[in-house]
Ligand binder design. Structure first.
Ligand SMILES: CC(C)(CO)C(=O)C(=O)O
Length: 442
């Protein structure tokens, strides 16, 4: 019998299966889609539209751990699309040049290096310029991309991996290059960013780009700038979201997507290293809320207690605090208007089920320092406004008082402020921190 691989639609019964497991089936002939290149995918996504052909280029903004991993994963495909890394200053670009214009991901201690990315850098006036490649610069060539006379043009596909609190600022710098035909895929922890973005950057629904939102759960740690270690295989759950997306499932939903959205969904779900799957908007929000509950408990308690994730499980006091926070979180989630009518919500988001979920994640990541503990220790802004702050805001809308989440939010902001004040009195400002973290100290 001849065994040939054939693909299914982007939609899957369960996002817990892995990308390969679900997508490859032993059937008949290989379909064009599975065997296709990015260029064929771009052509297929554009079929039937009156617009110009798609270039298939993917821009990535926010080249931290997640952004580097996504850029690396796309470049490692058998058919890598053209990729542009968008850098927010010259220091970051120089750091990239020092890394020989490559991104390294280490898996089980073995570095896999990917090259061939294009780069654009924004100047202090907000104009983006393509950085000259190694070949264009020549020996001893110019160090600054700003010498390039040609400003960069419109963007078709943008993946934004900045942290929640940087996203609006970062988008303000690039919004003029996005059109209603563009698609922006947001991947960050926390919730509520798109609402703020719509208020501040894209108030007019007609001119706003299309959005995809992702929930990312791969375990990554940073070795150096543009060099990360992949510690645990997770998933990337994706769904087009926003006012243009029909709340349907299956091929009917795909028909309502813009060509760039179809292309980006196709490209990401067919990038093996991402283990990416397509969900409905209602499905995605449930994954986001589960992750939010984890982040509302593990992140602030470990940041206040200065302990790793596993240590939370061996303290009666910390587990009490977690339980009490989860009562409020569960009450808010179960009352959210966007979830009303979705079957099983009260069971999935009961305080007890969320507690078991949080405990399982704390156990799986026992030796990790949470991202909030790292942010606090490195004097970076925390994501608290988009974790417990989001619960408090949604609770206020629904008439549910979340006093404990409010208190936790202020304990974190208070701690960050006190540490910043202490540092200002004691430690001189260092330019190296900006260069290597890509983030300004608070
Ligand atoms: C799940 C958790 C808490 C793992 O450390 C995380 O996502 C984070 O640190 O932000």
């Amino acid at each position: 019998m001849q065994h040939i691989l054939r693909c299914r639609s982007l939609w899957r019964a369960s996002t817990l299966e892995t990308c390969f497991g679900s997508r490859l089936q032993v059937y008949g002939e290989p379909t064009a889609r599975f065997a296709s290149t990015w260029a064929q995918d771009a052509e297929e996504a554009n079929r039937g539209s009156n617009g110009p052909p798609l270039s298939g280029r993917v821009h990535i903004l926010g080249i931290g751990n997640v952004g580097s991993f996504i850029a690396h994963s796309l470049a490692a495909r058998s058919s890598p699309p053209p990729i542009t890394l968008c850098m927010h200053n010259n220091l970051l670009y120089n750091a990239y040049r020092q890394r020989k214009e490559s991104i390294a991901v280490s898996i089980h201690g073995m570095d896999n290096i990917q090259k061939g990315f294009d780069v654009e850098v924004v100047d202090p006036n907000g104009t983006w310029y393509p950085a000259p490649s190694k070949h264009d610069r020549g020996p001893g060539g110019t160090k600054s991309p700003f010498f390039n006379p040609e400003a960069s043009g419109p963007i078709e596909n943008l993946i934004v991996c900045t942290k929640a609190h940087h996203t609006v600022l970062a988008m303000e710098e690039i919004a003029h290059r996005l059109t209603p035909e563009s698609t922006v895929c947001f991947i960050h922890n926390g919730m509520g960013v798109i609402d703020i973005l719509n208020q501040k950057v894209f108030p007019d629904p007609e001119t706003r780009p299309n959005y995809i939102q992702g929930v990312f759960s791969h375990g990554l740690t940073r070795k150096e700038q543009f060099s990360i270690a992949h510690m645990g295989v997770g998933t990337t759950i994706l769904s087009p979201v926003g006012h243009r997306v029909a709340h349907l499932t299956g091929p009917d939903a795909e028909k309502s997507w813009a060509p760039t959205t179809k292309y980006l969904m196709q490209l990401l779900t067919l990038t093996p290293a991402l283990v990416a799957t397509a969900e409905t908007p209602a499905g995605l929000i449930q994954y986001q809320l589960e992750k939010l509950a984890v982040n509302c408990c593990i992140n602030p308690i470990t940041a206040l207690g200065e302990c790793n994730n596993g240590e939370l499980l061996y303290s009666f006091s910390y587990t009490r605090v977690m339980r009490l926070l989860l009562f409020e979180i569960s009450a808010v989630i179960c009352a959210l208007p966007e979830l009303q009518g979705v079957p099983g919500i009260e069971d999935r988001f009961s305080a007890e089920r969320l507690r078991r979920y949080v405990v399982s994640i704390a156990r799986m990541t026992a030796r990790n320092e949470s991202s909030m503990l790292q942010d606090i220790n490195n004097r970076r802004t925390t994501e608290i406004e988009y974790f417990n702050g989001y619960i408090v805001r949604r609770g206020e809308e629904l008439g549910i008082k979340c006093a404990l989440n409010y208190m936790i939010k202020h304990l974190i902001t208070g701690k960050a402020t006190a540490l910043a004040q202490r540092d200002r009195a004691e430690v001189p400002f260092s330019h190296e921190d900006i260069m290597f973290d890509g983030e300004e100290p608070q």
